[in-house]
Design a protein. Structure first.
Length: 283
């Protein structure tokens, strides 16, 4: 008898899953392990641990050092650059005006005897905001940065401005008093009573004088000798009322020692000790 063979239906096997090809890795990151977000960056010169991932660091965009220095310099000396900006504007205006209008305008902002008698306060302020033309504008810009800006950063805006104003007003009044005496004594012409007397040089000379206390010893005495020698020579050799004003402004600036901040060359009271007497002017 033949054996019976059972015929069962054949069930097909499910097709094997084919793995999808992985995304290609950029050549710049091949062999570089992954670093999760939020991980601390490596310090300069540090070597990452074996197997650790290091992604290239991105540099922060920073302002150029020179630009940041100039910005900080202007921010720390607002009075100097505001004053300089006003002088630039008034100088451009003076050049743009017709000659006869410019002469009339400068005459009325001058600190001569006639204008000081008419409206002294107005001309004492206005005369420090004008210069004759733009020829010396570049020189004054340099002097403002070298003299006024340095003094303002050292003394502070209020004390620097007080020194410049004291020198400007004091030198103007003393020099014009000398002009009055010269006219009354017939040593000077009457035309000087209406001369154009404007500019910022008296204030510059006064602030240059107070900067003596900023120079460390022993260079302080060399600076003072050069300053007094330069202005004193002009006073003796040229002998005009403006030279007298410049020399006087330097002396007035030297007299503003009480406005200077404490420093290495300045005596200060001991800690915890109150000052019971007015401050003496000591070097």
């Amino acid at each position: 008898m033949a054996q019976e063979t059972s015929h069962h239906p054949t069930v097909p096997e499910p097709p094997a899953q084919v793995a999808e090809p992985a995304a290609p890795v950029p050549a710049s990151q091949q062999g570089v392990p992954f670093v999760p977000l939020g991980s601390a960056p490596l310090a300069d010169g540090a070597v990452p641990a074996e197997g650790a991932a290091v992604l290239p660091r991105t540099r922060r965009r920073t302002l150029p050092a020179a630009y940041r220095f100039c910005l900080e310099w202007v921010r720390s000396t607002p009075g100097t650059h505001l004053w300089l900006g006003i002088i630039v504007v008034t100088s451009v205006i003076a050049v743009a005006l017709p000659p006869h209008v410019r002469a009339h305008l400068l005459q009325h902002v001058s600190t001569n005897l006639v204008e000081l008698r008419r409206h002294p306060f107005q001309v004492l302020v206005a005369s420090a905001l004008w210069i004759e033309g733009t020829a010396a504008l570049a020189l004054y810009a340099v002097l403002f940065e070298v003299v006024h800006a340095v003094a303002e950063r050292w003394m502070g805006t209020a004390r620097w401005l007080a020194t410049a104003a004291f020198a400007h007003v004091g030198a103007t009044l003393i020099s014009q008093r000398a002009v009055l005496f010269g006219i009354n004594g017939n040593r000077l012409p009457m035309s000087l009573a209406e001369t154009v007397d404007i500019g910022v040089s008296y204030g510059l000379a006064g602030v240059a004088g107070v900067l003596t206390y900023r120079v460390p010893r022993p260079w302080r005495w060399l600076y003072l000798a050069a300053l007094l020698g330069a202005f004193g020579y002009r006073l003796i050799a040229v002998d005009t009322f403006t030279d007298l004003g410049h020399f006087t402004a330097v002396l007035l600036g030297l007299g503003c020692y009480a406005l200077t901040p404490p420093g290495p060359g300045r005596r200060t009271p001991a800690p915890g000790r109150l000052r019971s007497r007015p401050r003496r002017w000591r070097g």
